[in-house]
Design a protein around this ligand. Structure first.
Ligand code: DOR
Ligand code: ZN
Length: 365
């Protein structure tokens, strides 16, 4: 049995308020615990988005009643709320800015709308950027100009990881995260199927999009540049994914650790493809670095126990997320979370959630 600290996932879409048919604070925190995750940072692109005191309270009230693991809630940067969110900074996980289009309404196109946020949001917390390709380069330039930390969400491209590496070498305050789906899946194509592609169509929709094998290889080759693993757990129901207008996003909380551990264990999608990962990388990027970057408290008497030898197939039917599917259906993995102890209490054991709704704590309180 492998004993690890409880994992921290800095990028989770909870869907409450507003879209609880996809997920809510109860189901998402059950999925987290089942995945060995004891703390989640919740994204603000809910309905309504979390962008002021009233909407922050909407999310936090629901979380207080329903969450079973620990959490903090991000604020969203809007066109005219820089003062408001700066004043709420110590109650939130941080500030999220959407600089490219994705699910929800929180996109800021005009760079004059970025400026007040870069000026006003407290510099001891990073601004988290949804920014792809050249927009990411612009975000890093903003970090340099305003001399403040930014954290790049879900890096997926070779050009992105190489630029982040160069920016770090120059001393620019940039950190980044990568999602398992960008490490293990490639862009769907009919021509060259490699076994790691999800089928083209609605279920493959995700932002950033799945990239090429060259991009995926560049992420693995620059593992030392990656600060955090984050799931970007973005549940949408199967009916929505298979519809005419599929929303982007994959669930990920319950597949994060088994995928990483299978890569650690020379698994078919790890060392066999020259992709090297150690247990120490997992602890560093899923516990120590997110705690440091987002200034999160330690969780006393908190650990997870993982049966390293357990081999099994990933099945949506076994998951706690409400969305009812996974892009990794049928993948053979090694490493199963057996037990999760959160602040002295067994929260999950042998497939069962053992703490009640409301056990989870807001770590910013
Ligand atoms: O695929 C995505 N889904 N990317 C995002 O940035 C948002 C997310 C969602 O909320 O569904
Ligand atoms: Zn996201």
């Amino acid at each position: 049995m492998l004993k690890l600290p409880g994992l921290i996932d800095p990028h989770v879409h909870v869907r409450e308020p507003g879209q609880t048919h996809k997920e809510d604070w109860d189901s998402v925190t059950q999925a987290a615990l089942a995945g060995g995750v004891t703390m989640i940072l919740a994204m603000p692109n809910t309905k309504p988005p979390i962008f002021d005191k009233a909407t922050l309270n909407l999310a936090l009230d629901a979380a207080k009643q329903k969450a079973r693991c620990d959490y903090a809630q991000f604020l969203g940067a809007g066109p005219d709320n820089a003062d408001k969110v700066a004043a709420l900074a110590n109650k939130a996980a941080g500030l999220k800015m959407y600089l490219d289009s994705t699910f929800g309404e929180l996109r800021l196109d005009d760079m004059t709308l970025w400026m007040p946020h870069f000026e006003k949001f407290p510099k001891d917390f990073p601004i988290v950027l949804h920014s792809e390709s050249r927009t990411m380069a612009a975000g890093i330039l903003f970090a340099a100009i305003y001399d403040r930390p930014v954290h790049i969400a879900h890096v997926s491209l070779k050009e992105e990881i190489l630029l982040i590496k160069a920016a770090k070498e120059k001393g620019i305050k940039v950190t980044c995260e990568v999602c398992p789906h960008h490490l293990f899946l490639t862009k769907p194509s009919r021509a060259e199927r490699s076994g790691s592609e999800v089928e083209a169509g609605g279920r493959a929709e995700v932002r950033p999009r799945l990239a090429t094998k060259e991009d995926v290889d560049a992420l693995w080759q620059n593992m030392d540049v990656i600060d955090c693993f984050a799931t970007d757990h973005a549940p949408h129901t199967l009916k929505e994914k298979d519809s005419e207008n599929p929303p982007p996003g994959f669930p990920g909380l319950e597949t994060l650790l088994p995928l990483l551990l299978t890569a650690v264990d020379d698994g078919p999608f790890g060392a066999a493809q020259g992709r090297l990962l150690t247990i120490d990388d997992v602890i560093q990027k899923s516990v120590i670095n997110p705690r440091k970057i987002f200034k999160l408290p330690e969780q006393p008497e908190t650990w997870i126990e993982v049966d390293e030898a357990a081999e099994y197939e990933i099945k949506a039917a076994d998951q706690f997320t409400r969305c009812g599917w996974t892009p990794f259906e049928g993948w053979k993995v090694k490493g199963k979370v057996r037990k999760v102890v959160l602040r002295g209490k067994t929260a999950f054991e042998d497939g069962k959630i053992l703490v009640k709704q409301g056990y989870g704590r807001n770590v910013r309180q």
